[in-house]
Design a protein around this ligand. Structure first.
Ligand code: MG
Length: 269
């Protein structure tokens, strides 16, 4: 299937969806303290969707029962919210998406509740920075796997982390998951050339140990086989007609982070 190329007007709707996602993730992040449950976080997200006249792309996705994925510690992605209180020191990963007028946004973050273990914090920092390095590599004229290489290259430079192999980023637009699949590892210089109108969700997922995972009996929750903790960060970004990127799910469009990596963002959105 071909990669969906978006017009400026379509990307403006994706930006609307992206801002709903950004606002929701900020509110959930602020709410993550020991004692809160992931069902509490799911309720926050439901309210913001309703307030913004947005739909959930997670709810009922292949039967998924919530509007967020909430994954704790050795759970890396696709966890189902529940009523178990978050404990001090837990690594909490939240993935969330929204649809505005048929156009999708998708983003995720990990955060430590309460007391921060330094090695856990480095896991999170490494995962987040690798996402930004991947987006920064997603330049006009680059090849798709330049993103993959940049993500892996940064993670490897930071220590012995496991990069999940079965899961990766994706195109995004009128569906949450579109072509192309974006690997979080591998050689540069392969895959389609990046051009204006492409929108991609970049989402590295790593563990403090092995990259091997298994899916729990709930048929959703992806955990590390070795029990080590995982992290997951995600942003959706697009390349605009001016050839510059814009991070649809970042409040500032990625201006600060991409700027620090020497990349100027588009001012078309
Ligand atoms: Mg995604």
């Amino acid at each position: 299937m071909a990669i969906q190329i978006k017009t400026l007007d379509q990307l403006k709707l994706m930006r609307k969806a992206g801002l709903v996602v950004a606002q929701s993730l900020e509110l959930m992040r602020a709410a993550i303290v020991p004692g809160v449950t992931t069902n509490d976080l799911n309720k926050i997200a439901i309210k913001i969707l309703a307030d913004n006249n947005a739909k959930s792309n997670f709810l009922n996705y292949h039967g998924f029962p919530a509007v967020i994925c909430a994954s704790i510690n050795d759970e890396i992605v696709h966890g189902i919210p529940n009523d178990r209180p978050i404990e001090d020191g837990d690594v909490v990963s939240i993935d969330f998406g929204a649809i505005i007028e048929g156009w999708h946004g998708d983003a995720a973050f990990s955060v430590i509740a309460g007391t921060k273990d330094l090695d856990d914090q480095k896991l999170l920092d490494t995962c987040e920075e690798s996402m930004w390095r991947g987006i920064a590599a997603g330049k006009l004229g680059a090849n798709l796997t330049d993103i993959s290489f940049a993500i892996e290259d940064y993670i490897r430079s930071q220590g012995k982390y496991g990069i999940l192999r079965e899961y990766g980023g994706h195109g995004i637009g009128t569906e949450m998951h579109q072509e192309p699949h974006v690997l979080n590892f591998g050689a540069a210089g392969m895959g389609p050339e990046l051009k204006p109108g492409i929108a991609l969700a970049i989402e590295p997922m790593i563990t403090r140990g092995s990259p091997k995972t298994k899916v729990l009996a709930d048929e959703w929750t992806v955990v590390s086989q070795d029990g080590t903790r995982g992290a997951h960060f995600e942003h959706s970004f697009a390349i605009l007609e001016d050839g510059k990127p814009f991070v649809l799910t970042a409040t500032d469009g990625g201006r600060e982070k991409l700027g620090s990596l020497g990349i100027e963002i588009s001012n078309l959105l």
